[in-house]
Design a protein around this ligand. Sequence first.
Ligand SMILES: Nc1ncnc2c1ncn2[C@@H]1O[C@H](COP(=O)(O)OP(=O)(O)OP(=O)(O)O)[C@@H](O)[C@H]1O
Ligand SMILES: [Mg+2]
Length: 344
Amino acid sequence: MCSILTDEEEDDTFIKPGFELVTPRNTYMVGQLLGVGGFGDVFQVSCKDKDGQTVDYALKVEKQKENRHSKLKMEIAILKACNDCNHFTKIVDRGKRDELGGYFFIIMELVGKTIGDMAKKHPNGVFSFVTALGVGSQCLEGIESLHKHEYIHRDIKPANFAIGLPPKQHIVYVLDFGIARKFTNFKNEVKTPRQRVAFKGTLRFCALACHQGVELGRKDDCESILYLILSVLVVGGLPWDVENRHDVWRIKEECRREKRSELFRGIRRAKELHLFMDYIDSLAYQDQVDYDFLYKILALSCTEVGADINDPYEWESMEDVKKRKKKTNCKKKEGKKISKKGKI
Ligand SMILES: Nc1ncnc2c1ncn2[C@@H]1O[C@H](COP(=O)(O)OP(=O)(O)OP(=O)(O)O)[C@@H](O)[C@H]1O
Ligand SMILES: [Mg+2]
């Protein structure tokens, strides 16, 4: 499911497995294609480290086009800004090449399968209650860090989050900042919202504000996180088909009223997720999000079913759990901050 990019068209794959990318830093042998996106391709690559050991990374490439800005430049700016948070892949190399018509590239930490692909492998295409909420809580941690650096993501969906490779299978990574946007101006104030905003994002997961054609804020990323959690938790998924944009909008609205129970159908405990939705719906474009309130209600929901939100995920073996070091997340690294509801 690709994002809808109003002003972009898909590129053909131009780098192929077997291609050798030589940079001043290293030589990367292109391997398997990992993903084809709206404006670039992602490959597994391997190279030798300084001790002569083979190491694998991910390569993201974007063809240079005369009439458009490079989306990879935005990705690089964000990955650099969020470098201190363990929900973001580390950049190991980057640059621009003139061969093959010109292209931009990033070499970054290789991660595992996306949340969407992981869910598809599970019975009924869903995770257990605790895995779904645990993963959702980590997606929120990554997005909180992105917001702290004054960007909103605008394309939150299970294909844009992935789990780490062993021994990092308990870490969720945020991917894809292709349509992220800085929400502050040069004075670090929240930008004045534009009167009319063209649709950008992914129909199934986008916030109501996106359908309404109004400016998206931090709360809208959080609304999409709620849809992400429900999509990997509720058997049968979200109660809207993506055939028609207006129907999706209408059903999302109805899920606030008469169809509310349909959105949360069949799950072990829905009370806190209702609170999550009510809280997000109470916020306006410029509002700060009380992330701690959201972490607390997700954790409480797990406690209420007799579990812990930090319990091992379904794909972690006991061996992995033993090996897993004490969880260090961005909040611990950056110092726990109690956010206040209100405007910045
Ligand atoms: N660091 C990485 N390690 C492993 N796989 C990755 C990595 N980055 C991206 N991928 C894979 O490539 C896919 C596409 O990457 P990404 O979402 O960043 O690109 P995109 O061009 O913006 O895609 P789209 O327009 O479809 O959202 C991801 O869904 C994921 O499967
Ligand atoms: Mg993507």
